[in-house]
Write a protein that binds this ligand. Structure first.
Ligand code: NAD
Length: 278
């Protein structure tokens, strides 16, 4: 079944489901991304720091797919925010990916202790205007970081890519994003396997009710919330399973029950706090 597209605030659109390659070993990336393309994925989420952009590029070149049918995201790493270094960083990423332009380029973390994320954002605006990336966005930006870049540049990011799963919904950021026409990309959509999300009653009950796996239920929950997701696996069977989420619908009651897994005090976070990554 076709993957829906979500319209971004700059008029471009993004496949709502993709394949994220964090921790996919560089030596296995070409194989894994090639399998993802064969199965029907067209949106790949990578980053300079993942060390596997070359593998993504090899899979793109081998695929024979038309450039306009692909959506490729990569990210500016934390130690490259200053001066003109973002120019060099994107040139290196494009070279590894074998592309003239990425579809989406993100500031990976705000690194607030260095107080240079506004500069990094200004550089991304320049890179977009120069045609090196079609859309620009941020990642791991909390509401104060978002408010500051918009106040200082008047340019609203297309997306904020944040840790988001049932135990950590980050409702304050999601509300801000909705009010400012910013799309949410949910990283760690399955909680990175770091807590027993699949064994919780609302997920297990919906899994039994719909004849779908717990992972499919959680991914479907994201889709119905409007989140953009790109779950990671290196197993072909799981890549296939994660694509097969467009033939059923969770009820409002099922969605509400999964929403209630969020302790709503931030304690469901499974990875680093953005203020502490510098
Ligand atoms: P995830 O929630 O996608 O979890 C991945 C884990 O889930 C893997 O261990 C995998 O084996 C397991 N899994 C995948 N499909 C499954 C299935 N069908 N059944 C059971 N288990 C399954 O976590 P993630 O990889 O951290 O996040 C997805 C993507 O988000 C990454 O690949 C990356 O592209 C992006 N990301 C971005 C940031 C950021 O700072 N911007 C940080 C982390 C991840």
């Amino acid at each position: 079944m076709a993957i829906p597209h979500i319209e971004l605030n700059d008029g471009h659109s993004i496949p709502q489901l993709g394949y994220g390659v964090f921790k996919v070993p560089p030596t296995d990336t070409e194989r894994a991304v090639s399998e993802a393309f064969e199965l029907g994925y067209r949106h790949i989420d990578t980053a300079a720091i993942y060390g596997n952009e070359e593998g993504v590029g090899a899979a793109i070149s081998r695929s024979g797919l038309a450039r306009e049918d692909l959506f490729i995201t990569t990210k500016l790493w934390n130690d490259r925010h200053d001066g003109d270094d973002p120019d060099a960083a994107i040139a290196e990423s494009l070279d590894k990916l074998g592309l003239a332009q990425v579809d989406l380029y993100l500031v990976h973390w705000p690194t607030p202790a260095h107080d240079n994320y506004v500069h990094a954002w200004e550089k991304l605006i320049e890179l977009r205007d120069a045609g090196l990336t079609r859309s620009i966005g941020v990642s791991n930006f909390l509401v104060p970081h978002l408010e500051r870049i918009v106040a200082e540049t008047q340019v609203v990011p297309a997306v904020d890519q944040i840790e988001l799963h049932p135990a950590h919904m980050q409702v304050d950021i999601a509300d801000w994003a909705a009010a400012h026409d910013v799309r949410i990309e949910a990283w760690g959509p399955l909680g990175q396997g770091k807590y027993d999300l699949f064994g919780t009653a609302p997920v297990a009950d919906a899994s039994a009710a719909h004849g779908k796996t717990p992972a499919q239920v959680v991914l479907r929950w994201h889709i119905q919330h409007g989140n953009i997701v790109f779950p990671k696996s290196v197993q072909r069977a799981r890549l296939e399973e994660n694509l097969d989420i467009f033939d059923f619908e969770l009820s409002d009651a099922e969605i509400d029950a999964i929403d209630a897994l969020d302790p709503a005090d931030g304690s469901g976070r499974v990875s680093a706090h953005p203020d502490e990554v510098n």
